[in-house]
Design a protein around this ligand. Structure first.
Ligand SMILES: [Zn+2]
Length: 251
């Protein structure tokens, strides 16, 4: 396989399709976010810098190697290239990365509230928990350095004061994980607005994991400790303030 060959029409279509879904679901604005995919020969297809993912042109998916060298394409690769490369290096099992700025999940990243409590069975079985990687200036080495330890352990995580990242065996699965994290954030926000987020007990989580496809009842993927006293009412107070602001802005 020629390492500098252009992406196939089917590969570009998949990038376009995922970009459109991110756009339609409101998980990006303007030219936010970026997508990458590890091809069979180890080279990487990635969106070009500044590309609007909801309207990706056929020349806006470029090919690079694991050192970031441009192999094919007229446009430079995404400015978040270093983040994608760092993840692909520490996770040889990962083929695809979706980075977006979904509003509610990013709100959790700004509030520095990881989604790591055992609350929703579906999430416990699919994502485990969603931690927050430390803040790093976008486009610099700070970001990938902070991300590596988190990416080793998690398929989905938030970037402090920035957005969310989802990893997967292919672009579609990585996209669905991004969709799932935003949907979870929405549910958690509502439960916090209602004043209480009940956690499942350790026993309930163990039983759930024992019935899953890959039973590991001893290794709980999320926190089951009870919340800090008063945290729920504090969360509800903050959530109602957030709601007011969102409503005032027509969100
Ligand atoms: Zn970003």
């Amino acid at each position: 396989m020629n390492r500098s060959m252009p992406p196939t029409a089917a590969q570009v279509r998949l990038f376009q399709e995922v970009g459109q879904r991110l756009d339609r679901k409101g998980m990006i604005a303007a030219n936010d976010g970026n997508l990458s995919w590890r091809d069979a020969d180890g080279t990487i297809l990635i969106t070009a810098t500044g590309a609007r993912k909801g309207y990706l042109g056929t020349d806006e998916v470029v090919r690079i190697d694991l050192n970031g060298e441009l192999l094919f394409g007229k446009r430079p690769p995404s400015s978040e290239l270093a983040m994608h490369l760092a993840i692909l290096r520490v996770r040889p099992d990962v083929r695809a990365i979706v980075h977006a700025h979904p509003a509610i999940a990013t709100g959790f990243a700004v509030a520095r509230r990881p989604m790591d409590q055992c609350v929703l069975p579906e999430i416990i079985l699919t994502l485990g928990s969603v931690p927050i990687a430390p803040y790093g200036t976008p486009g610099t080495d700070e970001l990938p350095r902070g991300i590596e330890p988190v990416a080793r352990e998690h398929d989905v995580f938030l970037l402090a004061n920035h957005g969310a990242v989802a990893l997967g065996p292919d672009l579609e699965e990585a996209y669905f994980r991004m969709e799932r994290v935003e949907h979870t954030a929405r549910i958690l926000l509502v439960s916090q607005m209602l004043g209480r987020t009940h956690q499942l007990s350790g026993e309930q989580v163990s039983r759930l994991l024992a019935t899953g496809p890959d039973p590991q009842p001893d290794a709980l993927p999320c926190r089951v400790d009870s919340a800090v006293p008063g945290a729920d009412s504090e969360a509800a107070r903050i959530a109602s303030m957030v709601t007011e602001v969102l409503r005032a802005r027509g969100f």
